[in-house]
Design a protein around this ligand. Sequence first.
Ligand code: HEM
Length: 509
Amino acid sequence: MIFLLNYYKIIDVFSIGEILLAVFIFIAIHYWRINRNTPMTIWPIMGMLPSLIHNVSNFPDYINSLLQQNGGTIIFEGPWLTKMKIVFTSDSMNVQHITSTKFENYGKGNDFEEIFEVLGDGIFRSDFHIWKYNRTLLHSIFKQENFQVFLHKTIEKKIFSSLLVFLDHACKNGLQVDLQDIFHRLTFDNICSIVLGSDPLCLSIDLPEIECERAFTYADNTFFLRHVKPKFFWKLQKWLQIGDEKKFTENRKIVDQWLYSKIKSKKEMQGEQQFDLVSIILRQSIGDGKNPIDDENKFLRDTSINLLAAGRDTIGSALTWFFWLVATHPIVEAKILEEIKENLPSRKDNWKYLGVEVLNKLTYLHGTICEVLRLYPPLPFEHKSSLKSDVLPSGHKIKSNTKILYSLYSVGRMEKLWGEDCLEFKPERWISKKGGIIQVPSYKFIAFNAGPRTCLGKDISFIEIKMIAASILMNYQIQVVEDHPIIPSISVILHMRHGLKVNVKKRSI
Ligand code: HEM
């Protein structure tokens, strides 16, 4: 009775709104006190989503700090009723388990398929027999000598006809250059030539806006947001065609129209001896009638878009971080130049470029690229989903259909794996006493993934990065603009949010 009287008195003095506000503040303080010593704040109703959104601007570092503080594995719980649960891990034993030992139990899963639906039935988005078919086909093409010769010639031609021409122009005119933009243009031109046999000419002195390149670039941001937003939310945006989902649909149409027109013209040119990927597929695999997708043009479209995604941003990102690290570590730069000088076949000629055979001898350059990819893997996270329940080597229980993100970024920064100096940029850690490259297991040096789904373009990547890096270092001195902010972008690929602004000066070694 007394309680009820007090209750009515309270209602008299305070409005319902004020009481609710007080209760809310009480709960907020309670949760703040529970969570103040843990890096992951768990909010009522919203779970850990607010912390994730708050830290989204530097996502790889945020997840890295959580993983380092929590023994290498954390479980992220999203808002109530959203079924948003993600296991993040950087434990190398877990990574080996997921990628190799229990490979059959960890596929791409439904969420990945929905987020990356634009990739169709291509190798990145497929599992089981469609993946196997794609992998066998691409593996056999990448090994062909004709294809490799074509690839090297294509990259070499592009370096001479566009990259060096542009950098000469920048030197002569004292232009400040966004090297990241230059690498995106260069690698897009390269991969289009390699896959479609057609160069969109994004890299030229006037830096043109090329519609298909801009449309292609837009997708990356949307993929990231689809990971962070609750599924129902981005799906609603897509259904209503509003916000970034509307823009994504528009850009997708542009990319598809462009790809189908390229495929059409490739088919019309069939019979000519060409060694781009689509021409080779048209000659050998479509003809054998074994491809698992009925629509031939869709199969070619899916294969092409997957390879454009695989081979463009990854190399562009690796080159950008490479030049930032090398330009800010003059001793490393001097050692690379010394190694190049020692391997120059003759000093008499006007050296602008080294051939593939010479580049393959440059051990220190190779170690430097490994070190860049250890610290800044172009794909900072890998996305998997469990088919059946399982227990990870770390002891974490996994139910079926659980989303798992292993952080390639964190694996490269684990003190347990790389020692106390794990955060330092030291190419020397890759060089053996005898002067060769130290081989590191792929679940430790994870930038190219591990197990049966290891990157098929690893060798292509090393050679392309070496060709481009050596040709720039031999001919130009790159100076990063003072105080230029270096922050990762909010995207699936580890780009730099503000690009890489540099000044370029001529150099001859
Ligand atoms: C520095 C450059 C590169 C890095 C760091 C890199 C990294 C990776 C990673 C982490 C994966 C696993 C992705 C996943 O399963 O979701 C992957 C897969 C793949 N990569 Fe690369 N990649 C690079 C360049 C390339 C290039 C240039 C090509 C081809 C032209 C290529 C072709 C592929 C293919 C076909 C797969 C799919 C393998 C499979 O699922 O079986 N990559 N790459």
